[in-house]
Design a protein around this ligand. Structure first.
Ligand code: NIG
Ligand code: FE
Length: 412
């Protein structure tokens, strides 16, 4: 099956040779071809170039993209879209003055979602989660990482990971699974942290590894959650089972989580709302991708990741949604890109790089996703007719997506 897209007003994120990520000043460069064509063969990008050089092609299907932009679909490297119910009441409580931390301290927050998840059947969790997955696919996401972490019991964590596996089997979108048993301490372990960490390391991890239910290991390294030392124990155990770390750090406090992540060669360190100069320093010359989650900053009214300082220091940066019921009930990568420009002062080029190739890196899939490169997956966004790609962040509340292709097939 060959699909030909012609008359593309501008083809974005064109990389002739595959790159793993872009860092520092390179982030401001977004290579494009104006008036372009693109050929899809067997679900992969087979060729592309300027319309002037369009070779004779027998296409089974031709799409005319006059006036439209084409770009690689978003790579959302940090989500928690498998969950049960919602936390609307906590949202209203926060409007009325409570903080996220106060709500967590009264037994709400992550523990509230864990209670709901453990009371909900696997089938029902699957049905709720697939609706969210379909929603984000329609919004242009073509690869997504999904975490466990609302089970916090052996059965609950395994249930979540099986739901993620089932989503991966039933949908064409690329899904990577992360085991986040270390998301919060369940109430029964409030004074026995060692007991819960033993449960994670000695019971959950071996079972998860046996059934190949996770690619990555995560922990919420934060005051009131997992200490740096506990996070290190979790990362070390995960690595022994072949799971690369991707960890939650520096959301509310800078306590050394980044340095720990770098020490264990984490694929990514995520959140980064609170960054000290030494945190930025620790990320220099490492393979660890910093990931910012601006929708979380927006929803909780907490600081935004200091993108300008980090890029000026030569670091790469990826953008992701953090879609979850508590801190970010939104999986809209278009909003993330716009908010990164508006609030973090990233340029449109930097934000698009951060949400495509660098997001792919943060899931370990930049060889197959995140740019227009021959041989990569034909996971693409075709926009509506727009004057330039600046519209994507500029018209932040509009849905500018016309068509989404996943593995070369029209999804929406
Ligand atoms: O990434 N910070 C930790 N975990 C999630 C939110 C968890 C929740 O409130 O349910 C996050 O923001
Ligand atoms: Fe998160």
């Amino acid at each position: 099956m060959t699909t030909l897209i012609i008359n593309i007003k501008e083809l974005l994120q064109v990389r002739e040779t595959s790159i793993a990520k872009v860092s520092g000043a390179e982030m401001a460069i977004l290579p494009t071809i104006k008036n372009a064509f693109l050929v899809i063969k067997d679900n992969l990008i087979a060729d592309f170039g300027s319309m002037e050089n369009l070779p004779p092609i027998h296409a089974d299907k031709t799409i005319d993209a006059t006036g439209k932009m084409v770009l690689p679909s978003w790579c959302d490297s940090h989500t928690h879209i498998v969950y049960a119910g919602n936390r609307e009441q906590e949202f209203v409580d926060r409007i009325n003055g409570m903080t996220y931390e106060e709500i967590a301290n009264r037994g709400g927050g992550i523990l509230n979602s864990a209670k709901k998840l453990n009371e909900t059947t696997e089938e029902e969790i699957y049905n709720q989660s697939k609706a969210r997955l379909e929603e984000v696919m329609r919004l242009g996401t073509g690869a997504v990482e999904i975490k466990s972490g609302y089970g916090l019991t052996f059965d609950g964590e395994l249930k979540m990971l099986r739901v993620i596996q089932r989503l991966a089997q039933n949908y064409p979108i690329t899904i990577k699974a992360t085991f986040l048993g270390a998301h919060a301490f369940p109430l029964e372990y409030a004074t026995n942290h060692k007991g819960y960490i033993d449960l994670i390391i000695n019971e959950m991890l071996p079972e998860i590894a046996k059934h190949k239910l996770a690619d990555f290991i995560d922990a919420f390294c934060e005051t009131g959650y997992f200490t740096v030392d506990e996070t290190q124990q979790i990362m070390e155990a995960g690595i022994k089972f072949g799971l690369k770390p991707k960890i939650h750090v520096n959301q509310f406090n800078s306590i050394g989580g980044i340095q720990a992540g770098v020490k264990y060669n984490a694929l990514s360190v995520d959140h980064l709302e609170v960054m000290k100069p030494e945190d930025i320093e620790a990320l220099k010359n490492t393979e660890t991708m910093p990931v910012a989650l601006p929708s979380c900053s927006y929803f909780l009214s907490i600081p935004y990741t200091p993108a300008r300082e980090m890029i000026a220091a030569g670091l790469p940066l990826a953008l992701a949604t953090d879609y979850n019921p508590g801190s970010t009930p939104s999986g809209n990568m278009n909003f993330v890109v716009a908010t990164a420009c508006i609030k973090m002062k990233m340029t449109p080029e930097e934000a698009i790089n951060a949400a495509t190739i660098n997001g792919a890196y943060a899931m370990g899939i930049s060889e197959t996703h995140g740019s227009i490169t021959v041989g990569k997956k034909a996971n693409l966004i075709l926009t509506k007719p727009i004057p330039s790609y600046y519209q994507l962040p500029y018209a932040f509340g509009s849905n500018l997506i016309d068509t989404v292709l996943i593995e070369g097939e029209i999804f929406a």
